[in-house]
Design a protein around this ligand. Sequence first.
Ligand code: GZL
Length: 356
Amino acid sequence: MASGGREGSVMKKTVAVIMALALIVGAAACSERAEAPSGTTAPKGGPSPAVPEGRNKTIKVGFSQTGAESVWRVANTESVKNALSEKNGYELIYDDAQQKPENQIRAIRNFIQQKVDYIVLAPLVETGWDSVLDEARRAAIPVIVVDRMVRVADNDLYTAYVGSNFLKEGQTAVAWLEAALEKHGRDKRTVHIVNIQGTIGSSAQIGRTAALEAGIRSHPNWELTAQESGDFIKPKAYEVMSRILKKTRDVDVVYCENDSEAFGAIKALEEAGLKCGILNGGVIVISFDATSEGLSECLSGKISLNVECNPLQGPHVARIIRDLSEGKSVEKISYLEETWFDCFTITYETIEKRAY
Ligand code: GZL
């Protein structure tokens, strides 16, 4: 990958090392696809939910979405809506939970009442789903989990998962940070790290935070200066970062768990008179999602690293529903292909080609 001309050939070698590492990590992520246990074509104890005789071929789907908290989330919603459209043979019932798990539980019960053929759930947090998913199973309605994961006592409570390996996303970021600090001679002194977490208890937050905490444990000179949730939204991240900067300006890295948070953190850092970006010898802002807006801040140098989190799960959900409707078994866990971008290698052309 060309270095973008911003650093010498040494940087190209560093980037190549990081790329190789990230690709290995990424490949491992994609290969972790457990073959679905046999018999997953229909939920336990219920008939296959193939479209009953006499009904038109439209497949009725209930989709419970967390909300519209970020650009990423809007792209995720559009991807599912476009795939499960009327012209593609679906009747989609969409519910926006406004970031409240209780609203998602209410929506799922509503979908069951309406006798949908399938339920698609993007769970706000990992826990609290056992009871309502058991109600769906007893109604013989397969549940497809997208984006974040559910943590349930019986994994048969959902039929398939399509999303991201958030721990591996975080590990990619930590590997990049380690190489970048070394390249820029910032690896020997104490590295003060601020972690602005996502929604606490969501898989994205759990995995990305766990990777950073493991990185801090394995680097004696990395210090966690502050850790607080920005809830994946810009205003909360701005408020958290501003409050931290009132206590200390000794910040080397801000590890934001999505682009919206990175935008808020950058606003606070610049208001405090601090430069952002490793290229400017400033604070190293790390982000996740790689939305076009986030990559534009990579191009400006303010975001140093942006790890992709692919929201385009709609086509994968449609394929799973089609396979189930035809009585085929489906993979239990599917991870989307993901990569990363940084301020040394990002180009305008790359951003132009992005789908979200
Ligand atoms: C990640 C997704 C996260 C995004 C945020 O798959 O759950 O939620 O990283 C979004 O932008 O709010």
